[in-house]
Design a protein around this ligand. Structure first.
Ligand SMILES: Cc1cc2nc3c(=O)[nH]c(=O)nc-3n(C[C@H](O)[C@H](O)[C@H](O)COP(=O)(O)OP(=O)(O)OC[C@H]3O[C@@H](n4cnc5c(N)ncnc54)[C@H](O)[C@@H]3O)c2cc1C
Length: 378
């Protein structure tokens, strides 16, 4: 069977969905092809922190991309809520990054100075002020940094809303459809081949996350050098008794409170190929880190564990943009920040595909930084 679609997005994680949503909004006929269930890989596993300020302190091109995406979030959430009527848990209470040792304190004080000089939104809290804001923090807290502009979102709500919004706009989503091959003619995309079905199209977005290098039919030079980085995560059932108002962040463990009565404890960072098991060692590491931050958590009921594969590049930056095969675009490599970077990725990719030119914010993240072809075509 052969279908046709103006644009085919391969991969129904948050990145594929947000691109499909933006393009559908602008009147394009888009088909999303997802191998499994929509949004059930990294985009389901994520903790939903929108936290560029506590994760990054270099005001470089990547920081700017993150910052722009964070700024776009309120309008993004409100558009999705308005279009679908779905609730999306979006919390703007900020993040607290406590120091529990002299070494932590020294690092955070240096960080505070650098971030303050760069004009970033950061506050320095005494131990007393930290515990006044968050009484469940460990009594060993020496001081903390507060990032009032860092937010968090329930990424699973986001997936549901994006899926519904795309369908309402006339976009087509096929689950259980694994794309095997990209079909080309003289270095121009002409379609995609799944098991027994194919689609004719002139525009394909490869948004297959950690699997982005495994689509056949294109030269090695346009297969993105992506590897999976495993993350294990777990949740406690807190009910209405929120143990924290803020997200609590540390270099090893973070605690993310959700309005739906869960506290997420994340996440391991493991180079273990495509293995996705939740291990005893991983869970022990998370509990150890969480109890160090907040010993009071030991009395909360344990709820669930899960894990996911973060799509990662050798420079830890996303890959966004056109390839040397005309009509084939890449949007992957979002590593630890794919939920944060969703709105800006949707905007930039839709802009590039529609206008056939590269937005300036996208330039540091083009695929050809790994291949350096003689010429680049959009
Ligand atoms: C434990 C953990 C915690 C995280 N926490 C955060 C956080 O707090 N904040 C944040 O911003 N980011 C976070 N991330 C990172 C974020 O989850 C990812 O960057 C983001 O989800 C990547 O989205 P994606 O759509 O590229 O990939 P995915 O969600 O993995 O989606 C790719 C999709 O492509 C599909 N696919 C693959 N091959 C094919 C094929 N051949 N045909 C059809 N479909 C195919 C897959 O089935 C999958 O659904 C976290 C990740 C993990 C694992």
């Amino acid at each position: 069977m052969v279908h046709t679609s103006e644009i085919v997005v391969i991969g129904g994680g948050v990145i594929g969905l947000v691109i499909a949503w933006r393009l559908s909004h602008n009147g394009h006929r888009v088909t999303v092809l997802e191998r499994g269930q929509i949004g059930r890989e990294a985009s389901w596993a994520a903790a939903g922190m929108l936290a560029p300020h506590c994760e990054l302190d270099q005001p470089d091109a990547f920081f700017e991309l993150c910052q722009k995406s964070l700024e776009a979030y309120p309008a993004f959430i409100s558009a999705l809520k308005q279009e679908t009527g779905y609730a999306i848990d979006y919390i703007t209470n900020g993040t607290i990054f406590p120091a529990l040792s002299d070494g932590d304190q020294q690092k955070l004080e240096i960080r505070y100075k650098r971030q303050k000089e760069a004009g970033l939104p950061v506050e320095l809290l005494s131990a007393k002020a930290s515990r006044r804001l968050e009484p469940n923090l460990s009594g060993h807290v020496q001081m903390a940094l507060r990032y009032p502009a860092d937010h968090q979102v329930e990424n699973r709500d986001l997936i549901r809303a994006l899926t519904q919004a795309i369908r309402q706009l006339g976009g087509i989503i096929h689950e259980g459809t694994a794309v095997k091959r990209i079909l080309t003619d003289q270095s121009q995309v002409i379609g995609v081949q799944a098991d027994s079905v194919s689609w004719e199209t002139r525009h394909i977005v490869n948004a297959t996350g950690s699997w982005a290098r495994y689509l056949d039919g294109v030269p090695n030079t346009v297969r993105p050098p992506i590897r999976p980085v495993h993350g294990q995560i777990l949740s406690l059932a807190t009910g209405d008794a929120w143990p924290f108002r803020h997200t609590i962040y540390s270099s090893k463990t973070y605690l993310v409170p959700r309005s739906n009565g869960r506290l997420l404890i994340g996440a391991t960072v493991e180079e273990s190929g495509f293995r996705k098991e939740v291990t005893v060692e991983g869970i022990l590491q998370l509990f150890h880190g969480a109890l160090r931050l907040a010993p009071a958590l030991r009395s909360y009921p344990f709820e669930a564990t899960w894990s996911g594969l973060r799509p990662t590049t050798s420079d830890s930056l996303p890959i966004l943009g056109p390839t040397a095969v005309k009509g084939l675009y890449l949007a992957t490599g979002h590593y630890r920040n794919g939920i944060l970077l969703a709105p800006i990725t949707g905007d930039l990719m839709a802009d590039m595909i529609e206008n056939q030119s590269i937005p300036s914010l996208m330039k540091p993240f083009l695929p050809d930084r790994f291949y350096k072809p003689e010429h680049r075509e959009v």
